[in-house]
Write a protein that binds this ligand. Structure first.
Ligand SMILES: NC(=O)c1ccc[n+]([C@@H]2O[C@H](COP(=O)([O-])OP(=O)(O)OC[C@H]3O[C@@H](n4cnc5c(N)ncnc54)[C@H](O)[C@@H]3O)[C@@H](O)[C@H]2O)c1
Ligand SMILES: N[C@H](C(=O)O)[C@H](O)COP(=O)(O)O
Length: 359
């Protein structure tokens, strides 16, 4: 039996660049040495994108169920029968409807254990809303499907990892949404993920402040003294190596982030702006804390370039390799622990690093 992982891929918004980056990634035959991809969508929709973007010859092996996936082939499960009206670059109800059908089917297989991990192509958070999907993003949807009490939006790249305390909420809700307990929990999730998913034995974590200049000793706000510093202290007392709160601007400006294995930001844009500035093209969005593995590229639907063959597929490719790698790390660790062995591990997380792992 093959030990190649089955990686499920949801196609995201059919009017965006999802299928373009999927096809570009899977067109590299070397990918099939590392995993067996299963795309949840429809071959007619993928043909549309292949032709619109002039992507040359590429075809999927159509299957009905993940257990029929063929090695050395890019597999596709057709998730609907009807023709889909694709309007490249447009935000339409249709775009959301078929993104959801793809995501639901892939998630069901993930939860059932029929695939080893899921890589999601970008959705539009607005048009996907429906009676069955009332979440601000994949992160929250998958948290519910996994039954996890808490998860972490964790943006990862070779040189920088950034998690956020608060995610998809209006910025005006941020101050009232952060609490000592929540911050301690997110620090714990980062710490666990660095150890379990990335094999970093003694992670060092930086925590950012909320206010300008981390409040300048209380002049510009009270959250640092009342909430963030006590949370860092509590996590530290529990054995997690964490420091802060650091003023966010200078922390990235002077390169301090390079001294840490990960950074915890208080809110979405505080963490994601520096991350995407430094690592947009190879960054990966990872949901830590789920009992299964899900990654995605760190970009969105890219409506402005849809159908123009301008989308860079590096982030999607990295998302695929990160998923493979995290599953392998978790399994290897589980095996070592079940044998009561304690082994070290190498930290490998990019497509370039795992070349030697091909089997
Ligand atoms: N994982 C996800 O599902 C996810 C992630 C981020 C944003 N989104 C959604 O995507 C939609 C559009 O968001 P946005 O415009 O803020 O961000 P975006 O990432 O789609 O686009 C921002 C800019 O980056 C460019 N860009 C994006 N991906 C690129 C690629 N692979 N190669 C080259 N250029 C690329 C786009 O052309 C655009 O100019 C929103 O509805 C948002 O919610 C979804
Ligand atoms: N916050 C993510 C980003 O900006 O890249 C993105 O919106 C994706 O979120 P989900 O993975 O929750 O869909």
């Amino acid at each position: 039996m093959s030990n190649k992982l089955k990686i499920g891929i949801s196609i995201g918004d059919v009017n965006g660049i999802g299928l373009e980056v999927i096809i570009k990634t899977l067109s590299n035959p070397a990918i099939l040495n590392y995993c067996t991809p299963i795309v949840y969508g429809h071959t007619k929709v993928s043909s549309f994108h292949r032709k619109a973007n002039n992507l040359g010859d590429f075809s999927f092996n159509v299957i009905n169920h993940a257990n029929q996936a063929q090695l050395k082939k890019a597999n596709m499960i057709n998730c609907w029968e009807e023709d889909v009206k694709i309007e490249l670059g447009q935000v339409t109800e249709t775009g959301g409807k078929y993104a959801l059908l793809s995501l639901e089917r892939a998630t069901a297989d993930l939860v059932a254990g029929d695939i080893d991990a899921l890589v999601t192509a970008p959705i539009n958070k607005h048009n996907i809303q429906s009676e069955t999907f009332s979440f601000p993003g994949h992160t929250e949807y998958l948290q519910e499907k996994s039954g996890s009490k808490d998860v972490l939006m964790f943006l990862i790249s070779e040189n920088l990892r950034v998690g956020v305390v608060t995610g998809h909420i209006p910025v005006s809700f941020v101050p009232s949404s952060i609490s000592k307990e929540k911050i301690v929990n997110k620090i714990r999730l980062i710490n666990e993920s660095l150890k379990k998913d990335f094999w970093i034995e003694k992670p060092k974590i930086a925590v950012l402040g909320l206010n300008p200049h981390a409040s300048d000793n209380g002049l510009l706000g009270t959250e640092e003294a009342e909430i963030i510093a006590p949370a860092i202290q509590e996590a530290y007392d529990r054995g997690i190596v964490c420091f802060g709160p650091y003023p966010a601007d200078g922390f990235f400006g002077n390169g301090s982030y390079k001294k840490f294995d990960a950074v915890l930001a208080m809110y979405h844009d505080q963490g994601l702006i520096p991350f995407k500035t430094l690592a947009f093209h190879n960054g990966v969005n990872y949901t830590a804390g789920l009992n299964f593995v899900r990654t995605s590229p760190d970009h969105g639907t890219g409506y402005d370039i849809a159908g123009k063959n301008l989308a860079d597929s590096t982030s999607f490719t990295e998302a695929l390799f990160s998923a493979i790698h995290i599953v392998k790390n978790r399994r290897e660790q589980e095996e070592l622990l079940s044998n009561q062995l304690r082994g070290g591990g190498k930290v490998v997380e990019t497509q370039f690093d795992i070349k030697d792992d091909a089997s």
